[in-house]
Ligand binder design. Structure first.
Ligand SMILES: *Cc1c(COP(=O)(O)O)cnc(C)c1O
Length: 458
């Protein structure tokens, strides 16, 4: 106990229920709006895209939602995941802080994403869905869902951002190994894809475009296919809470409780999954842990975006939600953390940032890779560039403790390994990585394309 490096739980400690923060939200949830009528959507509208079980989870206010046994059985392949005390890194940083990290890179595809992929595949199968469509950026989400679909016998069609499809073939091949069909987006298979290609034949694609294509295919499949999203939505965040629930127990084993909890945030799912159980203790048990969400300065939805109603996708065909957004017309700069390039942020995380329960922080690309390499030299794990944003923030907190002599306990989520991101590390070592701060003017410009929403009381 006293001088352990890692805290391992037995398989029987895999949580039996997910934590649903809707039960404890300090602010009322905002409605989800129809993209055309701009009025609140009905479960019927959403049921074209999602099975009813997941829609009910989305709107549920029950604090605990039971994890079905077949899902826990798959979780057993890699859960519970380890929690480490970064003793060697603490020494290298010469900090009085205690640093802990939860490691989700031990899953078969190397990130936290299977936690929800397995649950979504299970509930779709149970609801009679034959196949799923989805989008993927660098392929983290696509490979997680491809594995889950193969486990539960579902077909899968993946729309993969074209530039990643061409430059990052490894995860595409993983998806194909699991039996998924992978298309470089924009494609000529959808109305929206053809429209984008007509305007720019060499369009490199974006997550927003790929979402539009995957949604279109599911929505026009006459019920044969449903759509699956790897982040942003409430049920996705909830499935990820197995991370934080295990972490609560592991911190107890370590005999400490975190003063600071940190996660990187793209759509917000690994951050929420790790931090919401700690936030639950803040909201209901008098704990005062600082909860920090970290994003790239190049895609600063939380620190520079506006808290407003916006479309979930580029084509303005997905539902409108209230979130911190850079505008659905946002075209992400080519930074190496592909998983952190979405134009918005999960509505739940956005509401909690807006309300002051969560701190938001942006870090630059070079400082992020510097922290990743520094961490790796002590702890040995090669982090995903996305996860490195959390490492940067943890490092800054630890250095602040050193400067001011604070003995704080810092815990962060290491959302995945970076074994397929070697070209990004290569670019860093060769001095080819650049910092980029997304300009305020571009945010202002994009705000003019937000949907006009007139709702009583909003
Ligand atoms: C996809 C991904 C992210 C970002 O997605 P969130 O939904 O914000 O968690 C972060 N880290 C890794 C390793 C990822 O694959």
């Amino acid at each position: 106990m006293g001088d352990s490096n890692k805290y391992i739980l037995d398989e029987s400690r895999i949580p039996k229920a997910w934590y649903n923060i809707n039960a404890d939200l300090p602010v009322p949830p905002q409605p989800v709006l129809h993209p055309a009528t701009k009025q609140p959507v009905t479960p019927d509208f959403l049921s074209v895209l999602f099975p009813m079980s997941l829609i009910m989870q989305e709107i549920s206010t029950e604090r605990w939602v039971e994890i079905p046994e077949p899902v826990r059985e798959v979780y057993r392949l890699w859960r519970p995941t380890p929690m480490y005390r970064a003793r060697r890194w603490e020494k290298a940083l010469d900090t009085p802080a205690h640093i802990y990290y939860k490691y989700e890179g031990v899953s078969p595809v190397g990130s936290h994403k299977p936690n929800t992929a397995v649950a979504q595949a299970y509930f779709n199968k149970a609801g009679g869905t034959k196949g799923l469509t989805t989008e993927t950026g660098a392929g983290q989400w696509g490979s997680a869902l491809a594995m889950a679909c193969s486990f539960f016998g579902l077909g899968l069609e993946v729309y993969m951002v074209r530039v990643s499809y061409e430059q990052k073939p490894y995860r595409r091949i993983i998806m194909q190994n699991f039996g998924a069909e992978v298309h470089p987006s924009p494609t000529d298979r959808t109305t929206f894809g053809r429209k984008v290609l007509a305007e720019d034949r060499h369009c490199p694609g974006s997550l927003g475009i790929a979402i539009s294509e995957a949604v279109e295919v599911a929505a026009t499949s006459n019920g044969a296919k449903k759509y699956s999203l790897g982040s942003v939505l409430g049920h996705v965040l909830m499935h990820q809470t197995v991370i934080g629930l295990e972490s609560l127990e592991q911190m107890e084993l370590a005999g400490e409780y975190p003063d600071v909890v940190i996660g990187c945030a793209g759509g917000g799912s690994n951050f929420a999954g790790f931090s919401f159980p700690f936030l639950w203790k803040n909201l209901t048990a008098g704990k005062k842990t600082r909860i920090i969400a970290v994003e790239p300065a190049a895609c600063p939805s939380m620190t520079k975006g506006k808290y407003a109603f916006d479309y979930g996708d580029a084509a303005a065909t997905a539902p409108i939600v209230k979130m911190l957004t850079l505008g659905h017309t946002f075209v992400p700069p080519g930074i190496h953390a592909g998983g952190l390039r979405y134009h918005g942020m999960s509505p739940t995380v956005s509401a909690l940032v807006d309300h002051g329960d969560i701190e938001a922080r942006a870090v630059r690309q070079l400082a992020t890779f510097e922290a990743a390499v520094h961490f790796m030299k002590s702890e040995g794990i090669i982090p995903a560039p996305e996860s490195a944003h959390a490492i940067r923030a943890a490092m800054d907190e630890a250095l602040e403790c050193k400067t001011n002599g604070h003995r704080r306990t810092i815990a962060f989520n290491l959302s995945g390994h970076g074994h397929f991101d070697m070209m990004a590390f290569d670019a860093y070592h060769q001095g080819r990585l650049e910092d980029y701060d997304y300009p305020e003017e571009r945010v202002k410009e994009a705000m003019q394309h937000l949907p006009e929403v007139a709702l009583p009381g909003c």
